[in-house]
Design a protein around this ligand. Structure first.
Ligand code: ADP
Length: 657
């Protein structure tokens, strides 16, 4: 520590001594050394002087009339204004007890008279130095205290912010979970009744097709709900890759069928083009791939007002340059549309969660989540989405995923069978359906009664317990969220009574029902974590809503040993990809080539195709000049494959633009 000697010398010293000659001698020597010196010949005068201008040091004689040095020191030390001023005693008393007393009452040093002035100067300097060091130490400690307080405050604030963020994130998860619960409940009725209607042998083929569509759309809606949950799981770092082997052609068929319903009313031409070398069976995370494609194709159709939307799937070798799919064989996907495009300023923001570009905001649809989820899904699958777009022309999204072909036998395809009745050689099964929503009760009743089960209903947990006593069901389908008494409470009550702990059965005068009634909870809850709670309440198992009818029948077979009568269902057709043979060219190919043709020719082509005049179309193709032979070949190909519809669309597309 750097000590400033000259500053020490500027110290302010008070001498209290009743002997004027001693006082003078000291004052003179100290002044010569550069100190500011004051003197007092009486104790109380010294105290006054110390109070009016506190000195840096006091030299204090002990033996004085009226107030002696000890008393003066005591008073100085008892006053907060003067208690920290160092006091050096000066005295002719050299008994050790006098010295001890002097230190005891707060003196910092003791000089015996007669003194050597050099010794006094050295001791004064020493005490001033100690005082100076103490002062610095105090200041530093004060600074440290302030810093410490600031740090403490920062810690408190950070903790508060963390707690607030945690609470917000918890509230968000709960909100998402609750929302999905609320959405799943009505979906249960939608999906369930579609399945029931589907069992009706008298509906027409067309109606059956519509039912299929409702069913599939409902299932996709369910998937979307799951996606929102998925996003919150991604944010919580809980997302995993779930690879399975499946029929990729059937997968694409289902997607195409689903999107045709959306594209057709808008007059948009939807085309899936899959290269012939794309394998039929692949192994990947089917759900995530479907999620990405639904989002990209859905957006393309949603935002495109006229023209076309194309999905192209091809097989290619990865260049290993990270980004697009990495090394090895890849499946390449391209979703191209002739929609409004995305401006250069907005293109970087569209992958952010809840971000919508201008066109998205105008559409007043969507949540701005689709691309964010797709991008995160693909990241987990080792891919990456890229986008290129020209305002007014269209947008193309592209991504690659690792191609892992799967052998057909790896694919678990359950035989397509449907339960149509109960094997007659078994007892009559009594089933209790507990749900507060009428539709959901009706759904199970309509599913189970026609098969041959005896079914009764209850609207809440209390009724369930009563029905259980009266009806003695073999199995209870128990909704978990119920009014009056919730489903788990009812399960607990039933188990307690079964085990004779209910205390009420003696009074009820009713026989104890089945020794063990199977209780299967029906829950729209999205949390797997609920499982232990459900089982702990005494339920044997649970099925999530919305459920597939097979799940209901399977569980009943598993727990009751029910035997069913089945009918076989036809296998859906999965022809090798139907567009493969066409080898069709992209819209941009035609755009480039058709731009070289005169407008009159385009109008004539449009008219000829509209009139289905193949002769004339052929003649027009023959008019295409030599240097545009690729266009002639491509149009000829389309004509040979009876795709006048495609030629018409193309000619309209380019005439419009
Ligand atoms: P959403 O479709 O629910 O709004 P997305 O995350 O799927 O959310 O898309 C984000 C935004 O990107 C959209 O709101 C839209 O502005 C823009 N966008 C996505 N796809 C296209 C497309 N094919 N053409 C034009 N704009 C698009």
């Amino acid at each position: 520590m750097e000590l400033n000697q000259s500053r020490l010398k500027q110290g302010n010293i008070l001498i209290i001594d009743d002997r004027p000659e001693d006082l003078q001698l000291l004052a003179q020597n100290l002044s010569e050394k550069g100190y500011t010196v004051r003197g007092a010949v009486k104790g109380h005068m010294g105290i006054k002087a110390a109070l009016s201008i506190p000195p840096d040091l006091i030299l204090l004689d002990i033996k004085m009339p009226e107030l002696d040095g000890y008393e003066v020191c005591k008073r100085l030390k008892s006053d907060p204004q003067t208690q920290n001023i160092p006091v050096i005693f000066l005295s002719a008393l050299d008994d050790v007890w006098d010295k001890v007393k002097a230190f005891h009452i707060g003196g910092v040093d003791y000089i015996t008279k007669p003194f050597q002035i050099e010794e006094v100067l050295a001791r004064v300097e020493n005490q001033l130095l100690i005082r100076q060091l103490n002062k610095q130490l105090r200041e530093q400690s004060q600074q440290l205290q302030v810093q410490n307080q600031q740090l403490q405050q920062e810690i408190i604030e950070r903790r508060k912010a963390e707690a607030a963020a945690e609470a917000a994130s918890k509230a968000k998860s709960e909100f998402v979970a609750n929302m999905s619960h609320e959405l799943r409940t009505p979906l249960n009725a939608i999906l369930g009744f579609t399945q029931i209607l589907n069992r009706d042998p008298f509906i027409s083929a067309e109606q059956r097709d519509y039912l299929e569509i409702i069913n599939r759309s409902g299932e996709h809606l369910l998937e979307l709900i799951d996606n929102v949950l998925e996003l919150s799981k991604i944010e919580a770092g809980k997302l995993t890759l779930n690879e399975t082997s499946f029929d990729f052609y059937r997968f694409l068929d289902a997607l195409e069928e689903m999107f045709h319903i959306k594209a057709e009313p808008k007059g948009i031409y939807l085309m899936f083009k899959v290269d012939p070398d794309v394998p039929q069976y692949i192994k990947t995370d089917q759900q995530k791939l479907r999620g990405c494609l639904i989002n990209l194709i859905g957006n393309a159709i949603k935002f495109t007002e006229s023209g076309s939307v194309n999905l192209r799937v091809s097989r290619r070798m990865g260049n290993g340059a990270g980004g697009q799919g990495g090394q090895g064989e890849q499946l390449h996907f391209e979703v191209e549309d002739t929609g409004p495009g995305i401006s250069a300023e907005e293109i970087n923001t569209i992958f952010e969660a809840f971000a919508q570009a201008e066109i998205g905001r105008k559409s007043a649809e969507g949540s701005g989540l689709g691309l964010a989820i797709s991008q995160r899904f693909l990241k987990i699958m080792g891919g990456e989405i890229t986008v290129s777009s020209t305002v007014g022309i269209g947008t193309t999204f592209q991504f690659d995923i690792k191609l892992a072909p799967a052998a057909q036998p790896e694919i678990i395809t359950k035989p397509r069978q449907r339960v149509i009745g109960l094997d007659p050689h078994q007892e009559a099964y009594r089933i209790l359906v507990v749900d507060d929503t009428r539709e959901n009760r009706l759904l199970l009743v309509k599913l189970l009664e026609p098969i041959g089960f005896e079914v009764r209903e209850a609207e809440n947990g209390q009724e369930a317990v009563t029905q259980w006593l009266v009806f003695q069901p073999h199995l209870i389908w128990m909704d978990t969220r119920l009014p009056v008494m919730d489903g788990l409470e009812a399960a607990r009550e039933i188990r307690a009574r079964e085990w004779g702990e209910g205390g009420q059965q003696e009074n009820d005068q009713l026989p104890i029902p089945h020794s063990h009634t199977v209780i299967i909870a029906l829950t729209a809850s999205v949390f797997e974590e609920k499982r232990p709670e459900i089982l702990a309440a005494g339920c044997d198992d649970f099925v999530r809503k919305p459920f597939a009818e097979e799940a209901i029948f399977e569980k009943m077979a598993q727990y009751l040993g029910v035997h069913y009568i089945y009918e076989d269902l036809p296998e859906p057709t999965t022809a090798p990809w139907r567009f493969n043979a066409l080898g069709e060219k992209s819209d941009s190919f035609f755009k480039e080539k058709m731009a070289l043709m005169p407008t009159n020719w385009l109008i004539a082509l449009q008219r000829a195709t509209k009139n289905l005049d193949e002769e004339l179309v052929l003649q027009l193709i023959e008019q295409i000049p030599e240097n545009n032979i690729a266009l002639a070949d491509a149009l000829k190909d389309l004509l040979d494959n009876f795709r006048l519809d495609v030629i018409l669309r193309l000619s309209q597309l380019f005439l419009n633009s």
